[in-house]
Design a binder for this molecule. Structure first.
Ligand code: MLT
Length: 309
């Protein structure tokens, strides 16, 4: 009988609103995905989930704060490939460790990377872009969301393939970076698809290619990097929910169940797919699968990024 009695906290949790820390500015991919998913989770959990955008240092300021928060289930964070993997080799004095200081809750979305440019950037296609950036590496600049962010790391990978070192222009998130791109204040950016689909469809920016093996249904006319002549550049990011280490397994289980319910909701699914996200399949939705992803991603990015520091 004992085994059937859930701990008291799981029976009552949550009794008040939950704070979801988003480590970048409002309007960027992390913020957009968090708002779509937590909006539905709040209905399931019966409490509001308040998004708190905490910016700075490529998302590591916010992630440090989340690592140090009370592990009572009332402070969570949406982390990603940057905050919970690439930051490890890029910040030798990182004040948290993605594996040791967090409990994985659930993977929320895969997000292919696109090569984007201001509307009047001269190259017409990816081949011209490659030639132009190589010829003008000292003049062109690439916007990103801070050292260790997905946009930074993705363009670092692109630049290492092209063997160029253009100037980077940091923003507090690719929401503001996208605004600067639309305004023609920066030249190009490697960003997650979620941020780009509305702008591409509105014709306010240029998109050269998507860095995945297949085209994305949300942008069927956008070629893959392989189709457009740069097969070596392959990049897809991910966004996921984490709680501070030591958060009880019962709370993690109820958050994971609420996140899965959100991902299965038709409206949530439609919105995520319209923005080009890849919705995790059943075997990728467990906290254990997310723990494995974080481990593998740290192992993948460490040798790629260490020489750059
Ligand atoms: C990133 O580049 O890491 C993200 O796109 C930042 C953001 O969500 O704004």
């Amino acid at each position: 009988l004992c085994g059937l009695v859930a701990p008291a906290e799981a029976q009552t949790y949550p009794t008040r609103s939950i704070t979801m820390i988003v480590p970048f500015a409002a309007g960027g991919p992390t913020d957009v995905i968090s708002r779509i998913v937590t909006g539905h989770m709040a209905q399931t959990l019966g409490q509001s989930i308040i998004i708190e955008n905490v910016v700075g240092a490529g998302g590591t300021t916010a992630t440090t704060r989340a690592a140090r928060a009370a592990n009572d289930g009332y402070t969570l964070i949406t982390g990603h490939m940057g905050t919970h993997a690439a930051s490890v080799p890029l910040y030798p004095k990182l004040a948290y460790h993605p594996e040791k200081d967090f409990e994985p809750v659930a993977l929320l979305a895969g997000t292919p990377i696109l090569i984007l440019a201001r509307k009047d950037f001269p190259p017409k296609d990816l081949k011209e872009f490659v030639a132009y950036v190589k010829a003008n590496a000292e003049k062109v600049n690439a916007a990103h969301a801070g050292v260790g962010s997905v946009s930074h790391v993705s363009c670092e990978l692109l630049h290492s393939i092209l063997d160029v070192k253009p100037v980077g222009v940091p923003f507090n998130g690719t929401g503001p970076a996208m605004n600067a791109l639309v305004a023609g204040q920066v030249d190009y950016m490697c960003d997650q698809i979620v941020n780009a689909v509305p702008q591409i469809n509105a014709g306010t920016i240029k998109a050269y290619a998507i860095a995945t093996a297949e085209r994305n249904p949300s942008l069927p006319n956008l070629p893959t990097t392989a189709e457009a002549g740069l097969p070596a550049f392959q990049a897809q990011a991910w966004n996921a929910m984490f709680a501070p280490k030591g958060t009880s397994p019962a709370i993690i289980a109820s958050l994971n169940a609420a996140a899965i319910k959100a991902l299965d909701d038709e409206t949530v699914k439609k919105r995520l797919l319209e923005l080009g996200s890849v919705i995790p399949g059943p075997k990728d939705r467990t906290p254990e699968a997310l723990a494995t992803l974080v481990k593998n991603e740290i192992a993948k990015w460490t040798p790629v990024l260490k020489p750059a520091t």
